[in-house]
Design a protein around this ligand. Structure first.
Ligand code: BGC
Ligand code: CA
Length: 454
């Protein structure tokens, strides 16, 4: 009897989820419309359960998610925004150790920052005969900063200043604050660097830098950067020889608005497909943070925890399907519970190898066997559905890997500024077997874990 009721409830749930998933195994929901979808889903489930009685609810939920696992014990992966203090950068170890199956997946920010800085410096050296547009002996650059409270953004600002000699130490590290404008070189946040090429000494100056945050509070904002280059170029345009950006979203926005037309090399980060294509038109270069490896790791750590296998399966150790990563594309830091993908410069020399940023990484592109890795449900959010990198590179990759790893992922898209807009849509964690979280603000891990604790 109990069995039959459970089966009926299951059938109800199935009908519902088939209706909810319009395309394939993954559901896409974006800000605004999602609230409605999530609520409908909740209601439907409740209605079905209510009809069948309380006993059935438990049975149905159990069948849908994994056994009797409490939400607080389910696998959890943080990705792209590492739980950390946004003023000091200190890691949030409580969040990183939330339970035995908690991890972070990102990329090596310091290594990437160094690669980006070096790429820009080498470009200047190589093009020294033409780069100084007004011939004043000063190589002037402007810098678009993504988020002053985000470790990755801070690292990239430091990397550029370090390589170009414009950094100033503050509390033992290079100051990463925005300077506003510094066309006369008087700023105390940065200094003038020097570069010696072919026996001649040039000054390198950070003319201006700013956090690209829009009035509603969204950071890494491409539109803001596009507007800003207009302001900068109209007041000191011929002093700008190089444009640097913490990411390609902002970089491409500045390139399209001004630098392409004025042949000013512009450098970004992320190797989004549009930025890579723009290298043929004068975009200076970008950095691949190996999103193809990160997206895989994001879902792979959940898969391994759900299957109860060694966490290194399909990562450092080949799985039964032959998936394995080599140590030149990622590192694992056990103390930080963090997987970090390694970065590669993408320039005119090699961009043809990077034209499709959504291509799965070949060594980990083998389908898992559904008998040993059966379908599981994952809740995953993208903190800003409008972010170029996350929406045009990371999410398409996740959607390819979710199929290969037999994960049925529900994608939630945030607005980039309101944490509650996302946490509100984690109203029914019991429906999922695992969680993948991309926070708006790196300090806010507890807003999510407190929901799982209930
Ligand atoms: C990317 C940025 C992106 C940010 C969002 C970074 O890793 O490089 O492009 O906007 O993540 O968190
Ligand atoms: Ca100049």
């Amino acid at each position: 009897m109990k069995h039959k009721l459970a089966a009926m409830a299951m059938a109800g749930l199935l009908t519902f989820s088939l209706a909810a998933c319009s395309s394939g195994s993954s559901t896409q929901t974006t800000a605004g419309s999602t609230t409605a979808a999530a609520t409908t889903k909740g209601e439907d489930t409740t209605t079905a359960a209510a009809t069948e009685g309380a006993e059935t609810t438990a049975a149905a939920t159990t069948t849908q998610s994994s056994g009797e696992v409490a939400n607080k014990d389910k696998p959890l992966v943080w990705f792209n925004r590492q739980p950390s203090n946004s003023s000091t950068g200190e890691l949030d170890t409580a969040a990183l150790n939330y339970n035995a199956n908690t991890y972070y997946v990102g990329f090596d920010a310091n290594q990437g920052a160094e690669v980006q800085g070096t790429m820009i410096k080498e470009y200047i050296e190589k093009n020294i005969d033409t780069i100084d547009r007004n011939g004043d002996g000063i190589i002037g650059y402007v810098l678009a900063i993504g988020d002053i409270g985000h470790n990755d953004s801070i690292a990239r600002t430091r990397g550029v200043r370090k390589a170009l000699g414009t950094g100033v130490e503050k509390d033992g590290a290079i100051n990463s604050d925005p300077i506003g404008t510094n066309t006369d070189g008087s700023s105390s946040i940065v200094q003038d660097g020097t570069l010696e090429v072919n026996g001649k000494t040039y000054i390198v100056r950070e003319l201006a830098s700013q956090e690209m945050k829009n009035s509603a509070g969204a950071t890494w904002d491409a539109a803001t950067a596009g507007n800003n280059i207009g302001t900068w170029s109209s007041s000191f345009g011929d002093q700008i020889d190089v444009v640097a950006s913490n990411n390609d979203g902002m970089g491409m926005s500045m390139f399209n608005a001004w630098s392409k037309e004025n042949s000013v090399p512009t450098f970004g980060y992320d190797a989004n497909s549009d930025a890579v294509a723009a290298i043929a038109e004068g975009y200076g270069g970008t950095i691949s943070q190996h999103a193809d490896v990160q997206a895989y790791l994001t879902l792979r750590v959940l898969r391994n925890a759900l299957d109860g296998v060694d966490i290194d399966t399909g990562i450092g150790t080949a799985d039964a399907a032959g998936n394995v990563l080599s140590s030149d594309v990622y590192t694992y830091n056990a103390d930080e519970r963090s997987y970090y993908a390694l970065n590669v410069a993408v320039t005119a020399d090699n961009y043809k190898d990077f034209t499709d940023s959504t291509k799965v990484y070949e060594p980990v592109s083998n389908q898992l066997d559904a008998s040993t890795s059966p379908t599981k449900k994952v809740w995953l959010d993208i903190y800003n559905a409008a972010d170029n990198f996350l929406s045009s590179t990371y999410q398409p990759l996740l959607q390819k890997y979710d199929d290969l790893l037999n994960l049925d992922v529900e994608y939630i898209g945030g607005d980039g500024q309101t944490e509650s807009n996302i946490t509100n849509r984690l109203g029914n964690p019991s429906q999922y077997d695992a969680f993948a979280i991309n926070m708006v603000k790196t300090d806010n891990a507890a807003s999510y874990t407190s929901i799982l604790d209930q």
